[in-house]
Design a protein around this ligand. Structure first.
Ligand code: FE2
Length: 211
C-alpha cells in the first residue's frame, strides 16, 4: 500500500490540517515524556489540559463544548482494528507517524469492513491533524525506532469506561467498547475477544507500506 503525505488532496475526505493555534507547549511537554515499548493511551492529561491552548481549543474548535486532551504513544506496526467517534479527533504529532484510515460510509451490513479500502498517510512532527467523525482510524504506527507520540483532543469523556449496565440493542451498539468509542477488531489484531472482529482482508503492517 502506498503511503501518501497527509497534506495530499486524498486526505481531504478523512480530515484536515489544523492551523491557527499555538501547540508548541503541547509538543514540548509531549517530548519530555519517555516513549514506552507498548502503546500507552491517556484520555485526559492534567498537565496538557493546564496549558492555555486547551481552553482556547475547547472554546473555538469545539465551539464551547467540553473536550479532553490526552496522548497516545509507544510502538505499533499494524492495523489491528478500526474505531470511530461522534465528533472529531485531533492528533498533535510530537514525532512523525503513519496513520491508516477508512470511511465509515464503507461499512457493510453487519458492520463488516474490507481492509483493502484502507489508505495510509504520513504525518510529520509538529502537525495537528483533524480526523472527522466519519473517519475510521486506530493506533498510529511508528516510523522511527524510538516510537511515536502524539497528543489527542476528543470530546470530553471519550474512551473512559462505559457506565455499568449498558445493554446493546443494535449491531452498532455491540461495537461500543468505551464512552464514545466504537471499535471493530481484526481477527488477527490481538484485541479483547469481546470486541466484534468484523474487519476482513489484510491486517496491514508497516512492512506492507511503501513509504
Ligand atoms: Fe480515536
Amino acid at each position: 500500500m502506498k503511503v501518501y503525505d497527509v497534506r495530499d488532496s486524498r486526505f481531504t475526505v478523512y480530515g484536515r490540517i489544523i492551523e491557527g493555534y499555538d501547540f508548541s507547549g503541547v509538543i514540548a511537554l509531549m517530548k519530555k515524556k519517555p516513549i514506552p515499548g507498548p502503546v500507552e493511551y491517556v484520555a485526559s492529561a492534567p498537565e496538557l489540559e493546564a496549558l492555555p491552548v486547551f481552553k482556547e481549543f475547547e472554546n473555538r474548535f469545539y465551539g464551547q463544548l467540553g473536550a479532553e486532551l490526552g496522548y497516545c504513544m509507544g510502538h505499533n506496526d499494524s492495523l489491528n482494528g478500526l474505531e470511530y467517534h461522534r465528533g472529531s479527533e485531533i492528533n498533535i504529532a510530537a514525532t512523525d507517524y503513519i496513520v491508516m484510515v477508512g470511511k465509515l460510509q464503507d461499512l457493510e451490513p453487519g458492520m463488516r469492513y474490507d481492509t483493502r479500502k484502507v489508505e495510509a498517510f504520513y504525518v510529520k512532527e509538529g502537525m495537528a491533524v483533524e480526523f472527522y467523525a466519519t473517519t475510521l482510524h486506530y493506533c498510529a504506527c511508528h516510523v522511527q525506532e524510538g516510537g511515536y507520540a502524539h497528543a489527542t483532543f476528543l470530546p470530553k469523556e471519550t474512551n473512559l469506561p462505559l457506565d455499568p449496565g449498558f445493554v446493546p440493542v443494535t449491531e452498532e451498539d455491540r461495537l461500543l467498547t468505551a464512552k464514545n468509542k466504537w471499535l471493530i477488531a481484526h481477527p488477527e489484531g490481538g484485541e479483547d475477544p469481546e470486541v466484534p472482529a468484523l474487519l476482513y482482508g489484510p491486517n496491514w503492517t508497516v512492512a506492507d507500506l511503501e513509504i
